[in-house]
Design a protein around this ligand. Structure first.
Ligand SMILES: *Cc1c(COP(=O)(O)O)cnc(C)c1O
Length: 387
């Protein structure tokens, strides 16, 4: 069956007793044992929960993995995976990284003796040079957030395998509908399911998918030991969101094309970052490893003075943190998602104070383009004078 079908059919027919089409929410935290030494497969809800199992089986299949694990948030998923590593271990990480992941690595896990080197993973020579005897994994975010730089996953995997490193991919921006890193050789995929997988800006969740039974058992142990698991109600909400993933991603993407093309033409904008544009420097790499471009578009305004006026004038698009929901959002990475990254690093990477990030929703493209155009027009008029 195709991915679209598998997603829609998630949980259907799995509650055999009742035949419920939508798999029910099992709130029970404890499950009766038929007799000594026997189990229904469910004992205690942290270890396994029937509603969460439906979600975990669905994401494992969607990502072509062997096991899925649902966590309380994307950060909980990252933290759980980091439980694989021990004091003294070193990881190579995407330079342009989600701010929360950077914060976890630098302000929490560094205290446990893990070290991280941030490298532009598009430069495989630099990645090779960063490998040390104590290096254990390469942590990839592609596209990067918010600059939409694309890492060649196959190339990184090849290098990782040569040095016996794990390849971990944060697939939040692409979703398995557009990109399946495990099929390209990665070992672990993780998601902030709060974004596209949930899709409605109403559930906080994280997912991990593993390849291979050994790695799956290690993560299963960590997932249960750490206990940052997803609750049954949120598991149910996430399954419901994922049923429409394919339809939503198609619309996110076509709307992103419409918005990116319009932004490119506007005199208030100096640069547009969208991997779907033929002129994007990594466009060909993206096409070679993914079946789509998703719906995230970043752009730079001409001057920092325009930022406030632009945001203030948005009517349809909400000025809000997060991404991947049906509603369009605009984020200012400098003060929101990337505020915890020191200014000099942020600017070195290219996350400057003229950069804005759009999560293009599934509204009518004409309405989105009209709203962005009027806010951009207004940003050019400050204090009544056209600059
Ligand atoms: C949001 C996000 C996370 C963190 O996920 P939460 O669900 O907010 O904890 C991690 N990685 C990326 C790429 C994200 O966008």
């Amino acid at each position: 069956m195709q991915l679209e079908t598998k997603l829609v059919q998630a949980g259907v027919g799995k509650d055999e007793k009742t035949g419920a089409v939508n798999f029910p929410v099992y709130y029970a935290t404890a499950y009766r044992h038929p007799t000594l030494g026997q189990s229904t497969g469910y004992d205690y809800t942290r270890t396994a929960n029937p509603t969460r199992s439906v979600l975990e089986e669905t994401i494992a299949e969607a990502e072509s993995g062997d096991a899925g694990f649902a966590c309380a948030s994307g950060m909980a998923a990252v933290h759980t995976v980091m439980g694989l590593f021990s004091q003294g271990d070193h990881l190579i990480v995407s330079l342009d990284l989600y701010g929360g992941t950077y914060r976890l690595f630098e302000q929490v896990l560094s205290r446990y003796g893990l070290t991280f080197t941030y490298v532009d993973l598009r430069d495989i020579q630099k990645v090779a040079e960063a490998v040390r005897p104590e290096t254990k994994a390469i942590f990839v975010e592609t596209p990067t957030n918010p600059l939409m730089q694309i890492t060649d996953i196959r190339e990184v995997v090849q290098l990782a395998k040569r040095h016996e490193l794990l390849t971990i991919v944060d697939n939040t921006f692409m979703t398995p509908y557009c990109q399946r890193p495990l099929e390209l050789g990665a070992d672990i995929v993780l998601h902030s399911a709060t974004k596209y997988l949930g899709g409605h800006n109403d559930v906080l969740a994280g997912l991990i998918v593993t390849k291979g039974s050994q790695l799956s058992e290690k993560i299963r142990f960590l997932h249960n030991s750490i206990g940052a698991v997803l609750g049954p109600q949120d598991s149910w909400l996430l399954v419901r969101g994922m049923k429409t993933l394919a339809l939503r991603m198609e619309r996110h993407q076509s709307n992103a094309f419409a918005v990116a093309s319009k932004l490119k033409e506007h005199s208030a904008v100096t640069e547009v970052f969208y991997p779907g544009l033929a002129e994007h420097p990594d466009h060909d790499v993206q096409k070679s490893q993914a079946s789509g471009f998703s719906g995230m578009v970043s752009f730079r305004l001409k001057s920092v003075d325009q930022v406030g006026v632009f945001l203030q004038n948005l009517r349809l698009v909400s000025f809000a943190e997060s991404l991947g929901g049906v509603e369009s959002l605009c984020t200012y990475p400098t003060t929101q998602t990337h505020a915890d990254i020191p200014q000099e690093i942020r600017e070195y990477v290219g996350v400057c104070d003229r950069l804005l990030r759009l999560s293009v929703g599934i509204e009518h493209p004409d309405d989105l383009v009209a709203d962005l155009t009027q806010a951009l027009d207004a940003s050019l008029v400050v204090g009544g004078a056209v600059r």
